[in-house]
Design a protein around this ligand. Structure first.
Ligand SMILES: Cc1cc2nc3c(=O)[nH]c(=O)nc-3n(C[C@H](O)[C@H](O)[C@H](O)COP(=O)(O)OP(=O)(O)OC[C@H]3O[C@@H](n4cnc5c(N)ncnc54)[C@H](O)[C@@H]3O)c2cc1C
Length: 379
């Protein structure tokens, strides 16, 4: 067992929320250590459409995403389970950027800013006290800090350790992601195709490959028996997906699969630990806003932690202010995300929603506006 150095801030998890907070706090002059269980670069299950709202904030921290040559996406194609299409301009738009490139890029920027990023360090245990806490990782290393930020995503061992209520409950959704070569998705378009028991996002990323990522009820896999059958029986009920799965070329031997995807309500703080990104609440992937929310939460936490470590506010104020600002920015988006998912995830209601959007296009604009932020909220 090795005792690691004492530091100002320990960030658990190096996805977008953890990297955003690390970059912000390292640039503000604090000692930051981030513990990530994997190594960069690595793929992640995600639709890889990043709302433009966070681009100015990242630019202000010296992370210019345009250097990664993302695809500029400004149009949305929605189809119902039977393939009926609805097309619209996206009010703000976003970038098609792989998590492989994006997370690695932010990890490099955070390191340049002075953050210490420890990869292959899976957090297994926490020991909290009034002055912060200590963390133990799988390698037996220990790290101590005055402030702990949990950014380990939708569901992790940290949630179990902190005895968060959702950690032991199973959830009815699973997600599958594959990169493909397919000519049916223009680079400026994000496609969202419904099928019985789920929906599938299709869009290009920086290299021109097409990200195909779907969320589906686990029950459908149980009925189908295998992923291959699931795609044949459920996804291919939508003619656009049938064409994609028939004509597209799969670039990976096996897709990435995650299970137990939960949209349960969560708290933004447990004891001393602030929760960031999906650890604080996961918005329906239909909204295409989880990544921007994770990056935004990194900034909101960064501001409060910075004020605390500078001696301008107390620990209690830091915790209270963060929770309040998180709720002010994100609670209503999660609420809207739940309503949208209820409509698009339910047969019959999906067609009704699409008809409403087709005959009254402002409905979709309203939905997008209510599930997204504006570029100034994080600038
Ligand atoms: C199917 C699907 C499609 C989506 N599509 C989109 C989309 O198109 N656009 C969008 O904006 N959002 C999308 N999202 C949401 C988006 O992916 C998440 O909101 C975002 O990744 C949250 O970032 P995060 O940093 O909170 O968590 P993550 O990105 O999950 O990062 C968590 C990190 O913590 C690490 N970790 C976990 N446990 C430990 C541990 N014990 N010790 C150390 N490290 C640990 C993990 O390895 C990981 O790197 C989608 C989500 C799903 C499920």
């Amino acid at each position: 067992m090795r005792t690691g150095p004492v530091t100002d801030i320990l960030v658990l998890g190096g996805g977008l929320a953890g990297l955003s907070a690390s970059l912000y706090l390292a640039r503000a002059g604090h000692r930051v250590r981030l513990l990530e269980q994997k190594e960069y670069p690595r793929h992640k299950v995600c639709g890889e459409y990043l709302s433009l709202e966070v681009v100015p904030y990242l630019q202000s921290l010296g992370a210019d995403l345009y250097t990664l040559q993302p695809k500029m996406q400004s149009r949305l194609l929605l189809t119902g389970p039977g393939g009926t299409p609805v097309r619209q301009q996206l009010p703000l738009g976003g970038l098609g950027l792989s998590r492989y490139a994006l997370d690695h890029f932010l990890a490099e920027r955070a390191t340049e800013a002075g953050a210490h990023i420890h990869t292959r360090q899976k957090v297994l245990a926490l020991n909290l006290d009034e002055d912060g806490g200590e963390v133990r990782t799988q390698t037996g290393d220990r790290f101590r800090a005055r402030v702990l930020l949990n950014a380990t995503g939708k569901r992790s061992i940290v949630d179990k350790v902190l005895q968060r209520p959702f950690a032991d409950r199973t959830a009815p959704w699973m997600a599958v992601k594959q990169h493909m070569a397919w000519a049916g998705c223009p680079e400026d378009e994000v496609q969202l195709h419904n099928f019985p028991q789920g929906y599938c996002g299709v869009s290009q990323v920086e290299s021109g490959v097409v990200n195909v990522c779907y969320l589906v009820r686990t029950e459908a896999l149980r009925q189908a028996g295998s992923l291959e059958q699931l795609e044949r029986l459920f996804l291919s009920a939508n003619p656009v997906l049938e064409q994609l799965l028939g004509d597209g070329q799969r670039l990976w031997k096996r897709p990435l699969v995650i299970s137990n995807v939960s949209f349960a309500r969560k708290t933004q703080r447990e004891s001393q630990v602030l929760m960031l990104g999906d650890a604080a609440g996961l918005i329906s992937p239909l909204c295409g806003n989880g990544m921007a929310m994770a990056i935004g939460a990194g900034r909101l936490a960064g501001e409060q932690v910075h004020a605390f470590l500078d001696g301008r506010i107390s620990r209690t104020d830091m915790q209270r202010n963060y929770t309040r600002s998180w709720r002010r920015h994100f609670s209503h988006r999660l609420w809207w995300g739940r309503q949208v998912q209820a409509f698009f995830g339910t047969p019959g209601l999906t067609d009704l929603a699409l008809r409403a959007i087709r005959y009254f296009p402002p409905v979709l604009h309203q939905i997008i506006r209510r599930t997204h932020g504006t570029p100034d909220y994080v600038s």
